[in-house]
Design a protein around this ligand. Structure first.
Ligand code: UDP
Length: 192
């Protein structure tokens, strides 16, 4: 699918279904993939931080997260077809991972949230292979990175908030042939 540029950020111009489909294909083909779900906050931050902008431009896909992005695309007369919230992609991929026994790793949020997340995942997505989960308040990456490298997850969700999650992904994505995606506060939302 094509992309539409807003303030220097090329957004995927497609539907949620097609977007998720494409990600599933890449996971099945073991293609290393970096997904950024960009909301207006991220776009504005990238405007004033060129290093962060450079980093998110290394992503394979940038999805329009938030109605503000879609509104801006209409104002600029280059309308995006659909808003694709990061949380929706997260849910779709979890469902699919559960149905297809994919290996998933979760990094981010508070320790209590990670505990609840593990319980809820087992209940809601029993087919999913949970190969690791770690809270987002760590001093050293060493243990986390070692687990990821050893387990070779098909999907790694990083929920430590921007810009940290994208920085973490950009520096570690070479460790697997899977999909890496920053999902902000999605773990908190999922556990409720
Ligand atoms: N978080 C984390 N480590 C940190 C700071 C934040 O894991 O050092 C988590 C926090 O617990 C929350 C998420 O990152 O679950 C940030 O959520 P937010 O909705 O603020 O996402 P953002 O919009 O910043 O991407």
């Amino acid at each position: 699918f094509s992309s539409i540029e807003i303030l220097g950020i090329p957004f995927a111009n497609t539907t949620r279904d097609q977007f998720v489909n494409q990600l599933q294909k890449r996971i099945n083909h073991h293609e290393n993939t970096f997904v950024v779900t960009a909301n207006p906050e991220i776009v504005m931050y990238a405007q004033k931080e060129p290093n962060y902008q450079k980093l998110i431009l290394t992503a394979d896909y940038i999805s329009p997260d938030g109605i503000g992005i879609v509104r801006a695309s209409h104002t600029l007369k280059t309308p995006l077809s659909e808003r694709i919230p990061g949380y929706d992609i997260f849910m779709d991929l979890l469902n699919w991972a559960s149905q297809n026994q994919k290996k998933v790793y979760f990094l981010g949020a508070k320790p209590q949230v990670i505990q609840q997340l593990k319980l809820k995942l087992t209940k809601d997505f029993p087919g999913l292979k949970l190969v690791g989960a770690h809270d987002g308040y760590f001093k050293s990456e060493t243990e986390i990175v070692a687990t990821i490298e050893k387990q070779q997850p098909d999907i790694i969700f990083v929920a430590t908030g921007f810009p940290n999650q994208e920085k973490f992904i950009a520096s570690n994505r070479h460790l697997t042939k899977g999909l890496w995606m920053g999902v902000g506060g999605s773990f908190d939302v999922f556990v409720g």
